[in-house]
Write a protein that binds this ligand. Sequence first.
Ligand code: CA
Length: 225
Amino acid sequence: MKILIVEDEPKTGSYLKQGLTEAGFVCDLARTGPDGQHLALTEAYDLIILDVMLPGIDGWEVISRLRAAGKEVPVLFLTARDQVADRVRGLELGADDYMVKPFAFAELLARVRTLLRRGKPREADVLRVADLELDLLRRRATRGGKRIDLTAKEFALLELLMRRQGEVLSRSFIASQVWDMNFDSDTNVVEVAMRRLRAKIDDPFDRKVIHTLRGMGYVLELRDE
Ligand code: CA
């Protein structure tokens, strides 16, 4: 499996290349937008890890040009900005996933493997678990066809849980993903947000999708009850 990394920060680029190489991937590293675009158009890659802020042309432009040229290779965006607008823009342009910097390498590796396993180039715009639906582009949540109003953080939290359906997510992991907080941070904010989210998507319904595992974290899945 061959991966192209497009990242201008020397430390991050080398770290990614080394880590992915050790994990068994063949990696090329480009340090500018034009170099990344050139390699992506001329070589065959199974996945591209693409930084947004790059010298020359930025990540948005690179992915637009790749998709315009008919390249359907999966693209994992790296972004230092976790604005909702950026995520929407990336997904509209054809990104398959994104990670907010700084990230844990283990997390990146898991996403890389998922994208490669999935094998289909474009991610669905709507996440579904049973009768719960999350429309990523229109930023809308519904359950049983009923619209549910979520704050931006609740939406991000639900998106994370739905993307990781069936996986137990620790509070510190959730905090790092949704709030961009360090592992040492107070994770009470996660519990409060989770309670509000459950009040909206679970409390009015018979079948619960969010479950607490004491001392471990949370999991979103539909269980036989
Ligand atoms: Ca950069």
